[in-house]
Design a protein around this ligand. Structure first.
Ligand SMILES: Cc1cc2nc3c(=O)[nH]c(=O)nc-3n(C[C@H](O)[C@H](O)[C@H](O)COP(=O)(O)OP(=O)(O)OC[C@H]3O[C@@H](n4cnc5c(N)ncnc54)[C@H](O)[C@@H]3O)c2cc1C
Length: 399
């Protein structure tokens, strides 16, 4: 008996090879392969970030799925402010919970964050599980993993939704491994599978060439990370209230193996903070060369927004991948999205079509982007952008 490696899921990072104390995992064609010397110690399972490795089912206790009830949303907060993705997921979690006939709960962890609970009730939560303590003041993998894993063992939720953010991508797979369930990472949609009543998690697969819908029938909780901006935040109803459940912290200082040295101000990274931005100015191949992105950056800075890029611009090395918007980039939903020299390929639209207002600048009047745009300017982006920048500067002076 050996651990099971799903070759399709394996990303070839070889973390499992390094973690295995018995040398029982080897790389073959850039994929991990397990050999007969595997003792099923689980060291590889713990380090696999994409949950490609599982322990064999034989001998494992069967999960009684009927014991698991309720839909949970992990609420990410930073410096005492709830991140938008948590509220977006509460909105969709409410729909899922209602369809399953179950309660919706928010999991809120931090130092002195209890006042945030009222916003979570207002956004649809029936319950808030609150874990407070100085050890949770800043996110740490160890403290938050221990806290949520313990909460799951105690209260047994049926479903857990997390943002596919840096923190959620760190926490989700780790917790899923600890509680012995599966995780669908980086979902772009979710709903209920009518036949089974299970959560149907949808995510791009095979490099974005197909959309896969994934079910988790045999293990609990059903877990997934969902990209920010996929769902709209629900309108808060401040008359709603719910049950606040305070849970004692079991984390000790010695459990936390990392030390926070410095928090870099968001101002330093504002231009690539696409998921939270209200204004995004994005450039594509039509910008012509990397130097021309200075216009995009200038307009974004004047608007206090972020800089986006199409995959063509990223592939050309004009902008780092962190700026890419689209199916294999970030999903964004700003108030205003200005697409400059971007044709409007379906894979780009997949990441920005829920923006409130889309403005397109393109020299080709037949470019597909105009079909999705609220406002279109047919013209050379290198002529239009300087005029736009000057006019907005003038407007700002008079306001
Ligand atoms: C599996 C897969 C995943 C993908 N994921 C993504 C993704 O996440 N994000 C993404 O963006 N793409 C993605 N793509 C690529 C996508 O299909 C397109 O190739 C890409 O979006 C095109 O980028 P673009 O619009 O900048 O370039 P082009 O399609 O080349 O369009 C350039 C546009 O600029 C206009 N133009 C040229 N010069 C000027 C000028 N001087 N002034 C004004 N307009 C001008 C042209 O008329 C044209 O419309 C993916 C593709 C695949 C197969």
């Amino acid at each position: 008996m050996a651990v099971i490696i799903e070759k399709e899921q394996c990303v070839g990072c070889s973390a499992c090879v390094s973690a295995c104390p018995f040398g029982a995992i080897v790389m073959e064609d850039d994929k991990a392969v397990v050999t007969d010397t595997c003792t099923v110690c689980g060291a590889c399972v713990d380090v696999c970030a994409v949950t490609a490795i599982t322990r064999p089912a034989a001998g494992e206790p069967a999960v009684d799925t009927s014991e698991y009830k309720g839909v949970w949303v992990y609420i990410e907060q930073f410096q005492g402010k709830v991140r938008s993705v948590g509220l977006e997921l509460l909105g969709q979690g409410r729909i899922v919970a209602d369809a399953m006939g179950q309660e919706l709960a928010a999991v809120l962890i931090g130092d002195d964050v209890a006042p945030l609970a009222k916003d979570l009730f207002a956004s649809g939560a029936d319950k808030v599980y609150l874990i407070e303590g100085v050890e949770y003041k800043h996110y740490s993998t160890d403290a938050y993993t221990i806290a949520i894993t313990d909460l799951i063992h105690t209260y047994k939720p049926a479903v857990i939704l997390m943002g596919a953010t840096n923190d959620g991508r760190d926490l989700g797979p780790r917790i899923a491994c600890r509680v012995g369930t599966g995780l669908t990472a980086d979902c772009t949609n979710l709903g209920i599978d009518e036949e089974s009543g299970l959560v149907a998690w949808t995510r791009p697969a095979f490099g974005g060439n197909i959309m896969a819908t994934i079910l988790c029938p045999n293990h609990r909780p059903q877990m997934g990370t969902v990209r920010p901006n996929v769902f709209k935040r629900p309108e808060p109803d401040m008359s709603r209230s719910g049950e606040l459940i305070r849970v004692a912290s079991k984390v000790k200082a010695a459990d936390i193996r990392t030390k926070l040295i410095e928090i870099l101000s968001l101002a330093d990274t504002a231009s690539c903070n696409l998921e939270e931005a209200e204004f995004i100015v994005a450039g594509g191949r039509g910008m012509g060369k990397p130097e021309n992105f200075a216009l995009i950056e200038e307009l974004a800075a004047i608007l206090g927004g972020a800089v986006g890029a199409s995959r063509a611009a990223v592939d050309a090395g004009w902008k780092p991948a962190i700026h890419q918007v689209g199916q294999t980039g970030k999903t964004v939903a700003p108030k205003v999205y200005i697409a400059c020299g971007i044709s409007g390929a379906i894979q780009h639209l997949a990441g920005m079509s829920t923006s409130d207002i889309i403005i397109a600048i393109n020299k080709d009047a037949d470019a597909p982007i105009f079909k999705s745009a609220d406002f279109g300017i047919v013209g050379d982006v290198l002529e239009v952008l300087p005029i736009l920048i000057e006019e907005i500067k003038k407007l700002k002076q008079t306001c």
